[in-house]
Ligand binder design. Structure first.
Ligand code: NIG
Ligand code: FE
Length: 390
């Protein structure tokens, strides 16, 4: 993960949105034809666009009020326990029209792009009814076609038990499996299915049932695991050989071994640890030493991680998880791309891949993790097209 294959004085040739040649200036210069447009990066760092493999980018409203309550001492779980948290975003999102969701989604798409992200995995999960989950997934589809940002959609109907099912969770699990999942897959609205496996949300048995049904219907699998407690999520991910297990703040050595034997990629989300005011970061070093292809992502959402900025995540990874800046960059580019089944298309600058790249306003990539709280990108290109900020 430390080997970035940096080319000094490098150049890229791009045709029809794809990279056709990568090499030194001397190698690429002779290929510049009369119809080529030359873009001089001025000695700056040119990198693949960030691939953010865990986000919740379609929701209505914000939770700035709860943020203030947490500042005055309430905890995330206390707020959730009194009907706030995910449930307050569910209430707002159920009331929103599809146009509302696309409009706010475009605002966040701009934030992702201007901070250097060109692909996001995008979860539903703030609807929790058939119609509202479809509304969110269709909004993701619209955003994917109307924005230069690429969205990889994930069905997260099992994000929380909706209030109308609080005393009969099993009926909600059946609704998910028998009615919502089949509609999501028949309309081809998702590539992955995810579950929030946590005490008081979905148990290990519920999660197994939902994910097995999703696999039978052709979806890839991801899992919110061991975020707030050691709930057995990492072990379940290993048993089901999911693509990823995400969060892992409470995962122990046994869980790490299980991930390794199950071939599961850990997705670490330090933004949510930071924003919840916790100091319990996941054991990134142990996971890297175990040979796991660690992924870093923003977890962008209105509650636990209100940031889309991957460079903030790079800062947190070095400061609190002792990841080398180079390891962090691997984690949110090529490793993230593989976790989304897009390893041959994005995540590195190689011939044949999409020309999703960022010119950062620095000459040393380590500055991306070192200077924090600023926007590093100077120019962002998605599929070869220069992104103009809105
Ligand atoms: O990944 N853990 C569950 N879901 C989100 C939080 C969503 C919210 O607070 O709205 C997460 O942290
Ligand atoms: Fe999440």
């Amino acid at each position: 993960m430390c080997e970035l294959s940096i080319l000094q004085n490098g150049a890229l040739l791009i045709e029809a949105g794809r990279i056709t040649c990568v090499g030194s200036r001397a190698e690429v210069d002779p290929l510049i034809g009369p119809d080529c447009e030359v873009f001089d990066a001025g000695g700056r760092v040119v990198m693949p666009g960030f691939v953010d493999a865990h986000t919740h980018p379609v929701f209505a409203g914000t939770r700035a009020g709860e943020f203030e309550e947490r500042a005055s001492g309430s905890t995330y779980q206390e707020i959730a326990g009194r009907g706030g948290g995910i449930q307050s975003t569910v209430r707002a999102t159920r009331e929103a029209t599809p146009d509302d969701l696309v409009a706010s989604g475009k605002r966040y798409a701009d934030w992702f792009l201007r901070t250097g992200t060109t692909t996001v995995e995008a979860k539903s999960g703030y609807g929790l009814t058939l119609q509202d989950e479809l509304k969110i997934l269709r909004a993701i589809k619209t955003l994917n076609s109307e924005s230069p940002l690429t969205y990889v959609p994930t069905f997260l109907g099992a994000h929380d038990v909706p209030p109308e099912y609080k005393s009969r969770r099993e009926s909600y699990v059946s609704l998910l499996i028998d009615e919502i999942l089949p509609r999501v897959t028949s309309e081809k609205l998702a590539e992955f299915c995810d579950v929030f496996c946590e005490e008081k949300v979905f148990t290990v048995d519920d999660s197994r049932e939902i994910l097995s049904a999703a696999r039978d219907q052709g979806l890839g699998l991801r899992l919110h695991a061991d975020q707030l407690s050691l709930s057995g999520g990492a072990k379940l991910a290993a048993e089901l050989r999911t693509a990823t297990a995400d969060h892992l703040e409470h995962t122990d050595a046994e869980g790490i071994n299980a991930l390794r034997s199950g071939g599961v990629q850990p997705v670490l989300l330090p933004g949510s640890v930071y924003a919840l005011g916790s100091s319990r970061y996941p054991a990134a070093r142990e996971m890297i030493e175990a040979g796991l292809a660690v992924v870093l992502a923003s977890d962008f959402n209105p509650g636990s991680s209100p940031t889309p900025a991957m460079t903030m995540i790079l800062s947190l990874a070095s400061t609190h998880m002792k990841m080398m800046p180079a390891e962090s960059i691997t984690a949110c580019t090529i490793n993230a791309a593989y976790s989304l089944n897009r390893g041959s298309q994005i995540g590195s600058l190689e011939p044949g891949k999409l020309a999703d790249f960022v010119i950062h306003d620095c000459a040393d990539y380590r500055e991306l993790a070192y200077f924090f709280g600023i926007e590093h990108p100077w120019q962002v290109f998605a599929a070869g097209k220069q992104y103009q900020r809105i």
